[in-house]
Design a protein around this ligand. Structure first.
Ligand code: ADP
Ligand code: AMP
Length: 219
């Protein structure tokens, strides 16, 4: 049976960092909607051009476009054993669409770790974030610095600061999160799938807590 894990939490709390670790250890696909949009923007696809106008303003890309992109991703072979969804769903409409999509492969959302931390913590994390141009590996100038400034340890590609990580846009992204994504906390709590994780801890401790939260969902 496939296992689908939805990581919930504010922008910058560490979802991508944790999803990459977990995908590696559990051999699950890592689906980051933000990474998929950035890949489309880099490749100048129509979807990328459309998404960019929303992303640059800190707004959500419309549900129809986002759901279509995730549907295509979920259909790829590497999702057969399951996937970690990072950044999707972000609205109640997306959450309902996800259930329908997973039901098509006789799957479901198994568990929803909700990683939270105070706003000041996530703002500090975002302001020090450096992202790898080639594969989206994530660094932080203080908490997880690369061995060589500006260069990814894993594939030697250039590290850059995301355009939407500037302070003005981050303020909007947090507001959008509170308005549009927070309702999902109650939605998944009611379904009994939500497990709260304290994101205000070092990466290793968050990983341990996350592992405990999900371990019953594996054979
Ligand atoms: P998200 O995917 O939720 O937006 P990221 O995984 O990209 O968050 O993390 C945001 C920033 O915070 C990155 O610079 C990352 O290196 C750093 N980070 C992630 N988890 C922690 C942590 N537990 N403690 C300190 N810094 C962290
Ligand atoms: P992230 O990489 O998760 O921080 O996402 C970066 C940006 O991509 C967000 O601020 C949104 O503009 C867009 N985005 C990512 N995931 C979604 C989603 N599920 N729904 C709508 N927009 C999204």
């Amino acid at each position: 049976m496939a296992t689908f894990i939805v990581l919930l939490g504010p922008p910058g709390v560490g979802k991508g960092t944790q999803a990459k670790i977990l995908a590696n250890t559990k051999k699950l696909a890592h689906i980051s909607s933000g990474d998929l949009f950035r890949e489309n923007i880099k490749n100048q696809t129509e979807l990328g051009k459309h998404a960019k106008s929303f992303i640059d303003k800190g707004e959500l890309v419309p549900d129809g476009v986002t759901i279509g992109m995730i549907r295509e991703r979920l259909n790829r072979a590497d999702c057969k054993p399951g996937a970690i969804l990072d950044g999707f769903p972000r609205t109640p409409v997306q959450a309902v669409a996800l259930e329908k999509m997973l039901a098509e492969f006789k799957g479901q959302v198994n568990v929803v770790p909700y990683i939270s931390a105070p706003e000041a913590v996530v703002v500090g994390r975002i302001s020090g974030r450096w992202t790898c141009r080639l594969n989206g590996h994530i660094y932080h100038q203080m908490f997880n610095p690369p061995k060589q400034t500006g260069v990814c340890d894993i594939d030697s590609s250039e590290l850059y600061q995301r355009e939407d990580d500037k302070v003005e846009t981050v303020t909007i992204r947090i507001r959008v999160y509170l308005e549009q994504t927070i309702p999902l906390v109650e939605y998944y709590r009611k379904s009994g799938k939500l497990i709260e994780i304290n994101g205000e801890q070092a990466v290793e401790q968050v990983s341990k807590d996350l592992y405990s939260a999900i371990k019953n969902h594996f054979m």
